[in-house]
Design a protein around this ligand. Structure first.
Ligand code: ATP
Ligand code: MG
Length: 454
């Protein structure tokens, strides 16, 4: 194995004080997978204070920040690298299903590995020599592409309710299978998973969405009850058939849409919008006399439900707004006979900066209706007309009107609500007929509208 020269140098700093240091965690797993490893996690028998001394007293002084000192973790910045160093530890208690009641330092790397979640994450590589400590058969599991708990899965999941979610996240991220006993323990520990903080769940969801095929996590989540716990609005989409539209029920359709968005490397916003775009079909469904479902105005309901989910998971407000906007606008139906004014109204409604994402969402939606690639020229006629409209440089926003709010006030319009209404009516007028976007014309029209409000 190729060990980074800086890691060898770090090992000699520890060695000089008679301390051991190991590479642990995801980095070792990735080395076994032959993948380029990302962040460095180190484990040592030196206490955090001593880690501080080791780096501060080295020739190139490193910065040591007590980021997780309660758990024995410090972050070190050393020669333009940063990494976490954690003192060997054991954990006991976990009476809240989230965090250990007590963390104590452990004497050996074996004890430290025993507190880790999965066998593939419980392998240590001694620095600088590269000797492997693998007490739970992690390397063999990596070879079999298997996610298996260290020790008794039910006990491990009861200690920390995030672990089941980490298990399915790794399944998607690495394309591994879940060991049967590990999988069977998830439904038994849902009550512990219910205690996990929204932020930790959100971070796992983000990692699932970053995977090549996110449904590889969502499917075992459904089978084990995790989906119902974390995204109940999505779980209830199972079994809502869409006869007359396509062959998938709403849940399979949503997962296909999300997988497509992930495969095409669309943004996180688009991936979430793809996953959640049809939630509203559940409250909106009505059946006609022939038993065919209709989902009139479901997109508004979907946006409302998505907002609930994303807010609950503590995504930032602006992010929630953009996902929900995409969802609520996803049902446009372009036809060639749309007038230019209709295309302009569409642009303004969708927001010029959101158009590309909206097209992407529609591609994902289209793919997920038949599990078939959308045609090469999908939405192209609309996109071309939109481009033509942009090229004409006509007014598409309040800012580009030939009169401003200030002009209108000077002409006698009362500031406040009336002013807002008039400006919007003026925009609608010039969307309909761009020729009217002159100061003279708009002041005249504004005067007429204003009379209605006097
Ligand atoms: P990635 O960085 O890709 O998310 P990772 O395996 O490095 O994967 P981290 O969250 O960085 O995951 O954690 C580093 C190591 O700490 C893990 O490999 C595992 O050994 C241990 N670990 C992390 N979270 C837990 C947990 N909730 N329970 C038990 N051990 C954990
Ligand atoms: Mg890591």
């Amino acid at each position: 194995m190729n060990i980074h020269p800086i890691l060898k140098e770090i090992a000699s700093l520890f060695d000089a004080r008679g301390r051991q240091v190991y590479l642990v965690g995801g980095m070792v797993r990735d080395l076994f997978l032959g993948k380029k490893a990302q962040d460095w996690d180190l484990a040592t028998d030196a206490a955090p204070e001593e880690v501080g001394i080791i780096f501060r007293e080295s020739k190139t002084r490193g910065r040591v920040i007590p980021t997780g000192i309660k758990h024995g973790t410090v972050t070190v910045h050393y020669k333009s690298h940063s990494f976490e160093v954690t003192t060997f530890r054991t954990e006991t208690g976990y009476s809240d299903g989230r965090r250990p009641d007590r963390v104590s330092y452990a004497a050996s790397i074996e004890e430290d590995l025993a507190r880790r979640d999965f066998t593939m994450n419980a392998i240590a590589l001694r620095l600088p020599g590269g000797e492997i400590t693998d007490p739970f058969g992690g390397a063999a599991d990596i070879k079999r592409r298997l996610i298996r708990c260290v020790g008794n899965p039910f006990e491990r999941f009861s200690e920390d309710g995030l672990r089941p979610l980490r298990a399915v996240r790794f399944a998607a991220q690495l394309g591994f299978d879940l060991d049967e006993i590990t999988l069977e323990a998830i439904p038994l520990s849902l009550w512990v998973s219910a205690l996990v903080s929204a932020e930790r769940i959100r971070d796992e969801l983000d990692k699932i969405l970053a995977a090549e095929i996110p449904s590889r996590a969502f499917r075992p989540m459904e089978d084990t009850g995790l989906l119902k716990l974390i995204l109940p609005e999505l779980a209830v989409c199972r079994g809502l058939e869409q006869k007359g539209f396509h062959r998938f029920d709403v849940l399979d359709h949503s997962l296909l849409a999300c997988d497509y968005a992930a495969r095409e490397r669309f943004s996180r916003e688009v991936k979430l919008a793809a996953l959640l775009h049809d939630l509203g079909k559940v409250p909106a469904v009505k059946f006609d006399a022939g038993g065919i479902p209709t989902f009139y105005r479901h997109e508004a309901e979907s946006a409302r439900l998505a907002r609930g989910i994303l807010t609950r998971l503590r995504y930032p407000n602006a992010f929630v707004d953009s996902v929900c906007h995409l969802i609520s606008e996803h049902m446009f139906h372009y036809e060639e006979n749309w007038s230019d004014a209709a295309v302009r109204r569409f642009i303004v409604r969708a927001g010029p900066e959101c158009l590309e994402d909206l097209y992407r969402l529609r591609r994902a939606d289209s793919y997920a209706s038949a599990a078939r690639e959308p045609p090469e020229d999908f939405l192209l006629p609309l996109a071309e007309r939109v481009d033509r409209i942009f090229a004409e440089r006509n007014a598409l926003s309040l800012k580009s009107l030939a009169v401003s709010g200030r002009d209108l006030i000077a002409a006698g319009v009362k500031p406040g609500k009336t002013l807002g209404i008039i400006l919007r009516e003026l925009l609608e007028t010039v969307l309909e007929d761009p020729e009217l976007n002159t100061r003279e014309k708009l002041l005249e029209i504004a005067g007429n509208i204003n009379k209605r409000y006097l």
